[in-house]
Design a protein around this ligand. Structure first.
Ligand SMILES: O=c1ccn([C@@H]2O[C@H](COP(=O)(O)O)[C@@H](O)[C@H]2O)c(=O)[nH]1
Length: 273
């Protein structure tokens, strides 16, 4: 099944546009996981079990694993989702970008080693740096367009031929790079006006939208700006706000994560129509 078909099925099955981000910061994990050599895996597994019926995708951020030499645990997490929730897309957030020969190795890492359904890619090095990912014709390639951080404006807002650079990226991907029909774009929830601009350029292409939750993006503005005609079209990511939801009295971390994921999914759904 292609990435886009799998994502569309997950939107419908769970009535959800929420993407649960897996950014396991050892210093923030409950104590029982900090003393466990496989603690990252066990923590993420509980988060996955607690939220899998509320989300449309999971997005592990590779830096949190690689920084600790915990790539084996990332492999196990991706396999765990495949084995137990085979309908749920896994998006490897790696933001890769390099010359073609090296990009091919990054693509192998994402799609073969981790079995990811899609990977995030930086467009800065141009078409030949992205082409190797397209050789896995059913997997997704999610290209940075208008990122959620303030500093993204340094380059993405540069005026090029009368339009900001991020709009050229959106146009390039929609018109030229999306030959397999498996591309998506990253657009931050912190920039709803730009989200609407990108939606107008790319039609119903899916958008990965980080920036709600810990980064403070407004859910209503995000959904109204980025939804497609049928009320889908987005993977709205939240990581820290779900992973480290402050437990209420007597509530464990997984129950807290589920509570916040449910609240977030429902807050998103209120504005989809
Ligand atoms: O523009 C971007 C692209 C990617 N990210 C990633 O999304 C999550 C956000 O985490 P929160 O805890 O919900 O803020 C994280 O993995 C980033 O690397 C992004 O924030 N902005």
């Amino acid at each position: 099944m292609t990435f886009i078909n799998k994502l569309s099925a997950a939107w419908a099955a769970n009535d959800s546009l929420l993407c649960v981000g897996l950014d396991p910061d050892m210093a923030k994990l409950p104590a029982q996981f900090q003393n466990d050599p496989q603690g990252i895996y066990h923590f993420c597994r509980e988060i996955i079990d607690a939220t899998a019926d509320l989300a449309c995708s999971f997005k592990p951020q590779i830096a949190y694993f690689a920084a600790l030499g915990a790539e084996d645990q990332l492999e196990k997490i991706c396999r765990y989702v495949r084995d137990n929730y085979p309908h749920m897309p896994v998006i490897l957030d790696a933001k890769r970008g390099d010359i073609g020969a090296t990009a091919r190795q990054y693509a192998r890492e994402a799609y073969d080693r981790y079995g990811a359904d899609a990977v995030t890619v930086n467009p800065y090095m141009g078409s030949d740096s992205v082409e190797p990912y397209m050789e896995w014709s059913e997997r997704g390639v999610i290209i940075l367009c208008r990122t959620s951080n303030a500093g993204g404006s340094d380059l993405q807002f540069l005026n090029v031929d009368g339009k900001p650079l991020y709009q050229h990226v959106a146009r390039l991907v929609a018109d030229k790079w999306n030959a397999n029909g498996q591309c998506a774009l990253v657009v931050g929830a912190t920039f709803p006006e730009e989200l609407a601009q990108v939606r107008a350029i790319v039609g119903d292409m899916p958008l990965l939208v980080p920036g709600i939750g810990a980064q403070g993006g407004d859910i209503e503005a995000t959904v109204k700006s980025g939804r497609t005609y049928d009320g889908t079209g987005m993977m709205i990511n939240s990581s820290r706000a779900i992973l480290y939801a402050a437990p209420q009295a007597g509530e464990d971390f997984a129950a807290a994560a589920r509570r916040v994921a449910l609240e977030t999914r429902d807050a998103i759904n209120r504005h989809r129509a």
